[in-house]
Design a protein around this ligand. Structure first.
Ligand code: SAH
Ligand code: SF4
Ligand code: F3S
Length: 435
């Protein structure tokens, strides 16, 4: 039996796909294929954070239905499954089952239940132990919580993934040890709001916070690197920043979602922090870790955003000089607060697109300027990928502070930690040689 799986959206979905793959491999004997034509089961793990990709879903279902084997099943999983539920089957009768983002552990049940719709966001599989997917590689993802308790005015995620529940510490440490035994060197801890870890468990659990979790994880022998995403700027207290700075296994790159640089817009978004708080946290972080790599998410054109608010966003970009920027035009989503606001508050599409272009162009310039400063610097790179063919030899990996480094003409072993000197730059990425 063959499984074809397409994964859209964030790292949470990537992890959920890995969980479904391992359940289907171990319990139902499926093997992965990259051809939907050959598959007996086609899964689309969907994202609903913005409207456009969601709109494409139905044309995609139509295409898969046309090319699939006659008895092959189609399952729609993930966040769009959560919020559309049985509407998906009504609109696309070719779909055999719908499995929500909060119900992943039921994958082996729903494949045997024609037209099953399992999308409850109250379902709790926070203590479910999944098998480890085969071929884990050098890096692995590990969920530390499910759901999100925040109510950001624009965001559909709390409606698709339900309330926040932390995964018990013992379970996380066991999973991490298993991963390390399988050859994993770097673990990325995942959650919508990782630094809120410990807020609520399903069964009684000793009190613990994210800082303490990092500390416990770092004690695992053989685990070289720990990363995490996403922390919330509001919960970045000094204790957390100090642990981040001083724990040698915690990589010195961090995603700090800004969303907007304007305190007025942040308030309308219900983010719970101001421009000043955000900049204060960055200042503290940079004073503790001068070479820290910072990435962010920004939404432009949120309702009520005026030009002066956008200037505040540009000002934060100028001050922080993010290494990576994920930026989007605001997209109204069902079940969110801002989707119910008066049309008068909306920012015209052309204005929003113009602001996005200005933001992205300025960021590109910053990247160019900053990568020049990397010339001659040395980084420890974890080798994640390499190639040796007649025409090409290279190894590739990330520095501790999150930069992609390519080492030309060297075939270095996967999982090794190599000291590399930067000799050239290519856009935001760096080219180096081992020293
Ligand atoms: N938990 C993370 C974000 C998860 S959603 C956080 O708090 O930052 C991933 C990103 O999608 C968000 O950071 C945001 O920038 C973007 N996003 C979410 N809803 C959106 C919307 N309605 N329109 C445009 N972008 C959106
Ligand atoms: Fe969405 Fe806000 Fe939760 Fe992030 S913190 S998932 S943006 S509601
Ligand atoms: Fe992730 Fe998209 Fe869901 S960003 S949480 S897969 S809506």
């Amino acid at each position: 039996m063959k499984l074809y799986i397409e994964t859209l959206g964030c790292a949470m979905n990537t992890r959920d796909s890995e969980h479904m793959i391992s359940e289907l491999q171990k319990k139902e004997g499926y093997e992965l294929t990259d051809s939907p034509k050959e598959a007996d089961l086609i899964l689309i793990n969907t994202c609903s954070v913005r409207e456009k990709p969601e709109r494409k879903l139905f044309s995609e279902i139509g295409q898969f239905a046309k090319l699939k084997k006659p008895n092959a099943k189609i399952g729609i999983c993930g966040c769009t499954a959560s919020h559309m539920g049985e509407q998906i089957i009504k609109k696309a009768p070719q779909v055999d089952f719908v499995l929500g983002a909060r119900n992943v552990s039921k994958i082996t049940e729903v494949i045997h239940k024609p037209k099953a719709v399992e999308v409850s966001i109250d379902y709790d599989d926070s203590a479910y132990v999944y098998d480890i997917a085969r071929n884990t590689g050098v890096k692995a993802l590990l969920n530390i919580s499910i759901g999100c308790d925040k109510k950001c005015a624009y965001c559909i995620v709390p409606h698709t993934r339900g309330k926040e529940i932390s995964i018990p510490l013992e379970l996380l440490l066991n999973e991490a040890r298993k991963l390390v035994d399988n050859g994993v060197k770097e673990i990325m801890l995942l959650g919508q709001n990782v630094n809120n870890y410990g807020v609520r468990f399903t069964s009684p659990h000793p009190e613990i916070n994210f800082t303490q979790l990092l500390n416990q994880m770092a004690k695992i022998d053989g685990l070289e690197r720990i990363r995490f995403t996403s922390p919330h700027p509001l919960h970045m207290n000094d204790e957390f920043l100090e642990e981040f700075a001083s724990n040698p296994k915690v990589c010195k790159s961090i995603h700090i979602p800004l969303q907007s640089g304007s305190s007025k817009v942040l308030k309308a978004m219900r983010r719970g922090y101001t421009k000043e708080w955000y900049l204060n946290r960055i200042e503290k972080l940079k004073s503790l870790v001068p070479n820290v790599g910072i990435s962010t998410d920004i939404i432009v054109g949120f309702p009520t955003e005026e030009d002066s608010d956008f200037q505040d966003t540009l000002d934060v970009l100028e001050q922080v000089r993010f290494d990576t920027l994920y930026s989007f035009v605001y997209s109204p989503r069902p079940h969110t607060e801002s989707a119910t606001w008066s049309k008068d508050l909306e920012v015209p599409q052309n204005v929003a697109s113009q602001r996005l272009a200005i933001l992205q162009n300025r960021h590109k310039e910053i990247l160019k300027e900053d990568s020049q400063k990397e010339l001659g610097k040395e980084h420890i790179v974890l080798i994640e990928n390499h190639k040796q063919s007649q025409n090409e030899v290279f190894s590739e990996g990330r520095s501790d502070n999150g930069r992609l480094v390519r080492i030309e003409n060297e075939f270095l072993s996967l999982g090794s930690m190599v000291r590399v000197k930067i000799i050239a730059t290519n856009g935001g990425s760096l080219i180096g040689q081992s020293v």
